[in-house]
Design a binder for this molecule. Structure first.
Ligand code: G6P
Length: 646
């Protein structure tokens, strides 16, 4: 399939094809799950530096330990660390041994301890086979017991180690068995989710790669091949990639690849390489010291990309060809429900408000993680929108599968072409934010919200929204990139405020109606990167409990859009001030001088679009609070960018 992205306009298709499958079974079962980055290389260069470079790119995915295995003079050389990729690089710095084949891994443990032993790659006892693995093997405990019963000594707590022993045993059984066959036989005994790469010293020119529920992509070079769990690790070397599907296995050598299904059907012919819609520059920090700040500053461009080709002045509407619904189908939608996790859920809340306001269709948002577990009533007249930057979040993917099982109508809103959610949905809205690396979402969230404004406009214009009203929204959308640029120019002022309040242990983010999702996302941003406890509250709910917490040590950010609730929001500020609580006002309107302790102003947008603008200063506020506190901004503790296991 091809990417939707077209330089001149992106009103065209969606990124994937519709197909159904039953995959990605992950569970709380046994084993040592991990969300992580995988890289592999076979070719002409020295493998270790290529692997390290790739791991650096993937570090945001998971980063409590890292390791690599290369082959040198017919033997495996495995290097691991319980630290960052940089520690691995340091460990390797003295080594001069060259190798042209290897695999690497960066890990974020979801179960079990993140120590050096448990770091990947894992090997069999004879150190013939090395494997890196992302996902969870559900029947790991049983497999480990069987291995132990047959006399194998297991040295780690991981599920992955079992795979290494099993593959080695398959290889040892018969002389003529290929590595691919050994992997296939092993995987037939495995239940769970995996993306994995296997290296065998007796097959020194090939890597075997398999996928079921965890992303794997092949990168095609000239007389060299790459493997990774994410294209970001590859774009420095090649933009020609092949996405493996669930249930597929590939064998790659420096000059060739072939793919087949785990059931044995050769399907290499169906695999056309995709050209990745990003280049290495998109992943470089350039003048920035971290990705989050870079991505905050990329928002005007990201917004322009999202709007390009999608604003229709002639009919005062939006063009979203990728959703594949004609006017009649759009009119038949009775409800809209957004499903996502974390920031994608808050973006969904913004989307629901936009749909209700512009299209007057009842709409709401729910965390995908809740939806999938609560046996939801699936309504055939509801349009479900699965929202995900990465397109890989397991809870969102499972919510989509639950919906499809029950006959629900679901479209995706994803940023990564070829991602699992994109392909599972088959149709949707491509976010066009460009690669987002920092764990904390900024430009992807902004693009989610603006794409939902387009969806709301489209839904509105096939209903009762007038052309004049539609044109007002079209114009308002067109102004957004420049308005965001202006806000970014105020970064220093917002940083001053952030520095002043960064010492707080707790903060409230208060909003009502349009300000409410903004408050939630603002609190999320602050807590995830600065570790300052932040809580969002609806302004009207303040007096029903949380007011008891207002004190001098508890600053509140109060969000005041230019709507008919300004007076109410001002009285919220007074309530807080009366109890001695410091207030930072975030507003697009004029508020009395001196009412708040600090004020952040944003340009006035069309009222429905204001949340998109109001959110940006809160990203900057969180960023500078975290910077002041010396946090590792791009890699907040305990978090990962792409949560592909439970
Ligand atoms: C993780 C990240 C969040 C993100 C969420 C959803 O929890 O740390 O920043 O909002 O996943 O990710 P998605 O890729 O589905 O948008």
């Amino acid at each position: 399939y091809t990417a939707e992205h077209q330089p001149e306009g992106n009103s065209g298709g969606w990124q994937g094809q519709s197909r159904s499958r039953d995959v990605a079974r992950t569970g709380q079962g046994g084993g040592e799950g991990n969300v992580c980055g995988i890289v592999g290389y076979v070719g002409k260069r020295d493998a270790a530096p290529v692997l390290i470079e790739g791991l650096h790119r993937l570090e945001y995915r998971g980063y409590d330990s890292a390791g690599l295995a290369v082959m040198h003079r017919g033997r495996l050389r495995v290097t691991k660390t319980a630290g960052r990729v940089q520690d691995l690089r340091d460990k390797l710095s003295g080594q001069t041994a060259k190798s042209t084949i290897g695999i690497g891994h960066t890990r974020w443990a979801t179960h079990g301890e993140p120590n050096e032993t448990n770091a990947h790659p894992h090997t069999d006892t004879a150190a013939r086979v090395a494997i890196v693995h992302n996902g969870i093997i559900e029947n790991a405990e049983q497999l480990r017991d069987q291995l132990q019963a047959s006399g194998v000594r297991l040295v780690t707590d991981t599920d992955t180690e079992a795979l290494a022993h099993m593959i080695a045993a398959e290889l040892a059984e018969r002389e003529d068995v290929t590595l691919e066959d050994a992997v296939i036989r092993t995987l037939h005994r495995v239940e769970g989710a995996y993306g994995l790469v296997v290296l065998d010293i007796k097959n020194p020119d090939q890597l075997v790669v398999a996928r079921n529920g965890s992303p794997i992509v092949l990168g095609l070079g000239e007389n060299e091949m790459f493997v990774a769990s994410d294209v970001s690790a590859l774009v420095r070397y090649t933009r020609q990639v092949i996405y493996l599907e669930d249930g597929e296995i590939a064998t790659i050598t420096a000059s060739a690849y072939h793919t087949k299904t785990l059931t044995g059907t050769d399907n290499s012919d169906n695999k056309t390489p995709t050209t990745v819609d990003a280049d290495a520059g998109d992943y470089e920090l350039g003048e920035y010291s971290d990705y989050m700040r870079k991505e905050i500053h990329e928002q005007p461009d990201a917004l322009r990309r999202a709007l390009r080709g999608r604003l229709d002045d002639r009919f005062a509407t939006a063009r979203l060809g990728g959703i594949n619904l004609d006017a009649r189908q759009l009119r038949n939608i009775k409800n809209v429900k957004f499903l996502g996790c974390g920031s994608a859920y808050y973006a969904g809340q913004m989307g629901a408000a936009l749909v209700e306001e512009l299209a007057r269709i009842p709409a709401d948002a729910e965390p995908a993680s809740e939806f999938r577990y609560r046996s939801p009533v699936v309504d055939p007249d509801t349009l479900y929108v699965a929202v995900s930057q990465s397109g890989e979040t397991i809870d969102t993917l499972m919510a989509v599968q639950e919906l499809k099982r029950k006959g629900g109508q679901v479209i995706g809103a994803v940023n990564v072409v070829g991602s699992a959610i994109g392909r599972e949905c088959g149709h949707g809205i491509f976010l066009h934010a460009g690669p987002e690396v920092a764990v904390a979402s900024t430009k992807a969230l902004t693009n989610m919200a603006v794409n939902f404004a387009l969806l709301a406009l489209l839904l509105g214009r096939v209903r009762d929204m007038s052309a004049a009203n539609g044109q007002r929204v079209v114009n308002g959308l067109r102004n957004l990139p420049e308005q965001v640029s202006r806000m970014l120019n105020a970064e220093d002022d917002i940083a001053t405020i952030a520095h002043q309040y960064a010492a707080a242990d707790h903060m409230f983010f208060i909003g009502r109606v349009r300000g409410w999702p903004v408050a939630r996302e603002g609190a999320q941003k602050l807590k995830e990167i600065s570790y300052v406890h932040a809580e969002a509250y609806q302004a009207g709910e303040l007096k029903h409990g949380p007011l008891a917490l207002i004190a001098r040590e508890m600053p509140s950010v109060v969000i005041i859009p230019s709507d008919d609730l300004v007076a109410k929001n001002l009285s919220t500020i007074e309530q807080i001030k009366a109890r001695g609580g410091p207030v930072i006002a975030l507003t697009s309107t004029d508020i009395p001088e001196g009412l708040a302790d600090a004020t952040i102003r944003v340009p006035r947008a069309e009222p429905e679009l204001e949340p998109i603008l109001l959110n940006v200063p809160l990203q900057i506020l969180a960023y500078h609070a975290a910077a002041k506190l010396g946090r590792d901004i791009d890699k907040p503790r305990n978090l990962a960018k792409s949560v592909t296991v439970e």
